[in-house]
Write a protein that binds this ligand. Structure first.
Ligand code: CU
Length: 213
């Protein structure tokens, strides 16, 4: 995707650059300015006053036909832990599932493909606060056919993805928090993207010398 398409009329332009941030986290919120001068611009072009677009006014092309609509609630829970100081440990979860394994080789029977696309129990916003904040542990994947389009509503926090459906191969794809510590708490899940048609849309078989479990 080009960063800048120079398809405007000959002239001198101002470019501004500011960070996109949709989470309430402190950051260096400066706006950078630069000028862009097209070839053939007169030495002293007229100056036209303009205003800077609103913060986060970023046009994004999104697909309009969706195959899978997911709602992911992201939370923190407390699970029993026999070896921990207080007998319990903080965990994080997506749809109440704390993902337990770092190694992501897809081994049939170890990873299952029943990751819930919605929270198992809808939160009662007008009820009493939860008393049970234990999560389920699991190594569940969400299965997607080749070339599927999905949208995810995240509740609780925001995430940025970098999956490029045009370039990235079919495989198991990990979705995780951007904070390392939360990943160790289980704030992750994975997609299992099935092969499509032909070798260009399929994962090659593992090499013959791949170590066995
Ligand atoms: Cu996190």
């Amino acid at each position: 995707m080009p960063l800048l398409t120079t398809n405007q009329g000959i002239g001198k332009y101002i470019i501004t650059l500011s960070p996109f941030m949709d989470a309430p986290i402190g950051l260096d919120n400066m706006t950078n300015y630069a000028t862009l001068r097209y070839k053939g611009t007169p030495t002293n072009p007229p100056t036209i006053l303009t205003s800077v677009p609103a913060q986060n006014a970023t046009p994004v092309k999104v697909p309009l036909n969706i195959d899978h609509s997911l709602l992911f609630t992201v939370g923190v829970g407390v699970n029993p832990c026999a070896t921990c100081v207080n007998g319990s440990q903080l965990v994080a979860d997506i749809n109440n599932l704390s993902f337990k394994h770092i190694t992501l080789t897809y081994i049939p029977g170890v990873f299952t493909d029943d990751f819930p696309g919605n929270p198992p129990i809808p939160f009662n916003y007008t009820g009493n606060p939860s008393t049970n904040i234990q999560t389920m542990n699991g190594t569940r994947l969400y299965r997607l056919p080749h070339n599927a389009t999905l949208q995810i509503v995240f509740q609780g926090t925001a995430g940025l993805g970098n999956f490029d459906s045009n370039k990235d191969p079919r495989s198991v794809w990990l979705l995780h928090c951007n904070l390392e510590v939360h990943i160790t708490w289980g704030l992750k899940m994975a997609y299992l993207v099935e092969n499509g048609e032909g070798p260009n849309e399929s994962l090659p078989p593992p090499p013959s010398d791949l170590p066995k479990c």
